[in-house]
Design a protein around this ligand. Structure first.
Ligand code: ZN
Length: 215
C-alpha cells in the first residue's frame, strides 16, 4: 500500500484486508526479508489504529497487514489519556497517516468492568480503576435517573464508547481536528466481532467518500 493515499483509499485497503481475514484467505503481506530491508530506515504507515489491548483484536492480523503498514496504539478499552493523544498526533502530523481507526469489540473486559463499577459501586483494584474511570463517561449517559441502564444491550454500550472515543480525539486534539478539516485525515469508528472476524464501520468523522455503514 503506497503512502499518502486518501482516507478513502486507506479505509478501502483495511476493508479488503479484513474481508481476506474473514474468508481465511490472508495474504500476510509485507512480512518477509524484503520488507524489513525496505523499511529499516523509515516508516510510512498508511493508517493508524487505536484499539483495545485485547489479545484477540490484533490490528495487523484482523486487517491482514504487515510491517510498516499500520501505526498502532492500544490501551485496555481504547481509553484515552494524554500520551495516547500524543502518540496519535505523532502518527498524523509526523508520519502523515491518513486514517485513524478507533477499534472497539464485543465482550470487552474494560467495558464490562466499567458497567460493574457503575451498577454496583465496587471499584477495581489499583490502576485498573484508571481504565474504568475513562470508560464510564462514554456509557453513563445510557443510565437512567434511577441508576439502571436504559439499554442493557452491550452492543449499544460498545458502540457508544467507540463514538465517544472518536469525539474525544477530535475535540481534544487541535492537530487531529485540523487534519480532518483539511481532508488530510479522517476518523472511522469500527467494531470488531470476535466470532465472525468482521470489522464493521459504525461512524465517520471527516470524509471517506460514499461508504455505507455496516450497522
Ligand atoms: Zn476490550
Amino acid at each position: 500500500m503506497p503512502h499518502h493515499v486518501s482516507p478513502t483509499a486507506a479505509w478501502s485497503e483495511l476493508r479488503d484486508g479484513n474481508n481476506r481475514f474473514i474468508a481465511g484467505e490472508m495474504l500476510h503481506p509485507s512480512q518477509g526479508f524484503d520488507r524489513r530491508e525496505q523499511i529499516k530506515v523509515a516508516q510510512n504507515p498508511f493508517a493508524l489504529v487505536f484499539g483495545c489491548s485485547d489479545s484477540r483484536v490484533a490490528a495487523e492480523i484482523i486487517f491482514d497487514q504487515g510491517l510498516g503498514d499500520v501505526f498502532v496504539v492500544r490501551t485496555a478499552g481504547h481509553v484515552v489519556d494524554t500520551t495516547v493523544v500524543g502518540s496519535i498526533e505523532y502518527g498524523v502530523d509526523i508520519l502523515d497517516t491518513r486514517l485513524i481507526v478507533v477499534l472497539g469489540h464485543d465482550n470487552c473486559g474494560a467495558i464490562g468492568a466499567a458497567v460493574h463499577a457503575l451498577t454496583t459501586g465496587e471499584q477495581p483494584n489499583g490502576f485498573i480503576r484508571a481504565v474504568t474511570d475513562r470508560v464510564i463517561p462514554s456509557i453513563v449517559s445510557l443510565t437512567s435517573a434511577e441508576g439502571g441502564f436504559v439499554s442493557p444491550n452491550t452492543d449499544v454500550l460498545r458502540r457508544e464508547h467507540v463514538r465517544h472515543t472518536m469525539s474525544m480525539l477530535h475535540s481534544y486534539s487541535a492537530a487531529i481536528a485540523k487534519a480532518v478539516t483539511e481532508g488530510r485525515c479522517a476518523i472511522v469508528g469500527v467494531e470488531y466481532d470476535l466470532e465472525d472476524g468482521h470489522a464493521r464501520l459504525i461512524d465517520v468523522i471527516g470524509d471517506i467518500g460514499d461508504v455505507p455503514f455496516d450497522v
